[in-house]
Design a protein around this ligand. Sequence first.
Ligand SMILES: [Zn+2]
Length: 286
Amino acid sequence: MPHSSVLAYLGNPLDRCANQRSDEAWLTSLLHQPTTRHIHMSGDKTFIRDGNLQTFESASAPECVLLGVDADGSGWFASPAQADDNLMDLRSLAVAGTLPQSELAILAQARSLLHWHERHGFCANCGVKTEMRDAGYRRHCAACATDHFPRTDPVIIIAVRHESRMLLGRQSAWPDGMYSTLAGFMEPGETIEEAARREVFEESGIRVGEIQFHANQPWPFPSSLMIGLVGEALSDDIVVDPKELETARWFERDEVQSMLDRTHPQGLNAPLPLAIAHHLIRACLD
Ligand SMILES: [Zn+2]
């Protein structure tokens, strides 16, 4: 099965122009340059033509967000698409590996930003309609003078090992045979390490000691940041929380390798390389 071997949604090449994007004259001028490109998205889907990302000369809605300016000086914008036909979703595009990494990363940015705007048209403080500002990096409520900023949700994801074994679990909604590293949203007031230890204990009953940062990944479903960690277990007696996981268990290295390679005799498998879990598991094997 051919698929990309690279961690997806990384390598966004655009200059986000954070110091200029509140300048309305600059923004209007950029919008009217002949080289400016518009991405149209519906949810996490966009237009693909002959395997290439299709961009347009104008926005598809009254509000569009600035993604940034590329190395040639061309502006990139995104707006919500009206049509839902002939579109491809970000996950399928990452698995297919046909688009350049840089364009997948730009699409991830667009999807997360547009998703936030679609759900924050009204002030969370007073309920009045808000207006887009700073080319999409702020919404302002004129009624109560509150500013609202696009959110990113940090998620810890951790490969836990105990001697030669690795802890992997599965959720019942996942495809048959798929096991992965444990993960969960961070909560207010937590450090990354505290969130990781809490999640692993809640889901599996395992206590984690030392934790090392491995890698991170924007995950546009809809707007997470996956914080990839490797942790050392202090215990090995698993108690699964059935509300969170269908099952969890320890896997020996050879078995994990065959799950990554998709040669496991019982058909068990691990996530594809587009996801950070794949790389965390591989890092543990190495
Ligand atoms: Zn308000």
